[in-house]
Ligand binder design. Structure first.
Ligand SMILES: Cc1cc2nc3c(=O)[nH]c(=O)nc-3n(C[C@H](O)[C@H](O)[C@H](O)COP(=O)(O)O)c2cc1C
Length: 183
């Protein structure tokens, strides 16, 4: 597929199953993440790749956070199941550096690009994914359990695996955003 067609056809897949990306594909995804625009080369990201027992561990963290934050019984019951919606969940967090020319917002932008790059690389290798956040990305207890400092952020949980059914193909026309042209 032409690269531009590939970009325009990008889509997320919430229904994922095994197999997860193999180690080679995971390395490619991480390389793609490390290839994004990065002001001053600060590498302002960190990745926690969860599979197998790692997904259970993440689910336990979600469950405890749901309890600590007084979520509903239903949410507490559901919390440990959330990471099991894919055979691999990559937690993308920031690793911010004090820099005179690169504020934290720019570093967050670079880390966000890293999530997108991983999604594209996974897709190029035949795997599907969806970028999720939700309340668990913002709970202090989750950050703490994942070793994310208070001043840092969870940029996303990238759920990755094999599409259940056909990979979604964007049939909709990608409409242009409203924009101004200054000439
Ligand atoms: C920062 C960020 C957080 C997101 N969090 C969620 C989420 O928690 N749950 C969800 O269903 N979609 C979430 N999304 C949206 C999906 O990743 C996806 O983009 C959306 O379902 C639209 O589908 P598409 O990517 O195929 O256009 C998030 C997207 C971004 C950029």
């Amino acid at each position: 597929m032409d690269f531009v067609d590939f970009l325009l056809a990008r889509s997320s897949m919430p229904r994922l199953q095994a197999p997860a990306p193999d180690q080679h594909t995971l390395n490619t995804m991480l390389q793609a993440a490390a290839s994004v625009p990065d002001h001053a080369g600060l590498k302002p990201w960190h990745f926690i790749v969860c599979e197998g027992l790692g997904l259970k561990r993440l689910g336990d963290i979600f469950e405890q956070a749901a309890i600590d934050n007084d979520l509903s019984e239903r949410d507490i019951a559901r919390a440990p199941e959330l990471p099991l919606r894919a055979p691999m969940v990559v937690v993308i967090t920031t690793r911010l550096t004090e820099h005179p020319k690169v504020p934290a917002s720019e570093q967050f932008s670079a880390a966000s690009c890293a999530v997108y790059a991983m999604q594209l690389a996974a897709r190029a290798k035949g795997f599907d994914s969806i970028w999720r956040t939700g309340p668990y990305a913002h709970f202090d207890q989750v950050k703490q359990a994942l070793g994310v400092a208070e001043s840092e952020h969870i940029v996303g949980f990238l759920y990755v695996g094999t599409a259940q059914g056909e990979s979604p193909q964007r049939s909709r026309e990608v409409s242009l955003p409203t924009y101004e042209q200054w000439r």
